[in-house]
Write a new protein. Structure first.
Length: 268
């Protein structure tokens, strides 16, 4: 398998405080990989190092076979798209124009976008179900709607790798599931996705692989069924979670709920 993201022995610290310790993992082409772990474990810092927002003090990060330390900003923009957890718009751009901005690294003319760029942006709007609000000002949307627009912009950017930081945190349950389905669809088209999430059920249901972080290092990584287990969750959350099968669906529940709902217990 071709590894689009390859992180090896990554080290980072703020001053004398270590934040990332010997981080190593790979994500293959077309895989949807969840980055999972508690607050303060280093997930956001890992994202920032992979995006060159921060400079790591040790180790190596390769994207599509290229060491990112050798890449210019415009080269990175053709390889990596980024969807932040939240974004406060400074200007009243229309939704369709925000999505079209994703085409900036692909511009072939000094005179701006062309027909192909507009078609790619239109396709992204359709994929995210945003055509009805395409002509609305971006800064008048709800937080959840803005998140959908940012994901559409990343899709329009057409990179081999996408980073999404808590992509469903501002969405209602229906849109959370829709976004994970869309991410799965994007990955199946060949794009590699690393998505940071605090929801063990989301990463368990939709991800091909999961990287679990705790205390600034990788605790476990692999397929969700092997990684999202009671023993791993106990180490992270201290005896809070239970893993159960409910009518063929694998669920992470609070232990007091699991004890009271008659779910079939398995030794995970």
């Amino acid at each position: 398998m071709i590894h689009v993201l390859n992180v090896k022995d990554l080290q980072f610290q703020y001053g004398m405080q270590p934040v990332l310790k010997d981080i190593s993992f790979q994500v293959g082409q077309g895989q949807l990989c969840g980055l999972f772990g508690p607050n303060g474990c280093g997930k956001t810092t890992l994202f920032k190092c992979c995006l060159k927002f921060l400079k790591n003090q040790g180790g190596q990060i390769k994207v599509d076979g290229q060491d990112i330390k050798n890449l210019r900003i415009e080269e990175m923009a053709k390889l990596v798209a980024y969807v932040p957890q939240e974004h406060k718009p400074p200007f009243p751009y229309l939704v369709k124009d925000v999505v079209l901005m994703g085409r900036t690294p692909r511009l072939k003319s000094l005179f701006g976008t062309n027909k192909e760029d507009r078609q790619k942006a239109l396709g992204a709007l359709k994929l995210l179900g945003l055509l009805e609000i395409a002509d609305k000002p971006y800064n008048q949307l709800s937080g959840g709607q803005r998140q959908l627009v940012l994901i559409a912009r990343a899709v329009a950017q057409e990179t081999p790798l996408m980073f999404l930081d808590e992509p469903t945190s501002a969405l209602d349950f229906s849109n959370q599931i829709r976004i994970w389905r869309i991410m799965k669809q994007i990955a199946e088209s060949g794009v590699t996705i690393l998505a940071c999430s605090h929801d063990p059920n989301h990463v368990s249901w939709y991800c091909d692989r999961v990287v679990v972080m705790n205390h600034n290092h990788i605790l476990r990584e692999g397929p969700p069924r092997e990684v999202i287990t009671e023993s791993v969750l106990d180490e992270i959350y201290r005896n809070v979670c239970a893993v159960r099968n409910l009518d063929e669906a694998r669920m992470v529940l609070p232990k007091e709920v699991a004890r009271g709902n008659g779910a079939r217990k398995h030794n995970y």
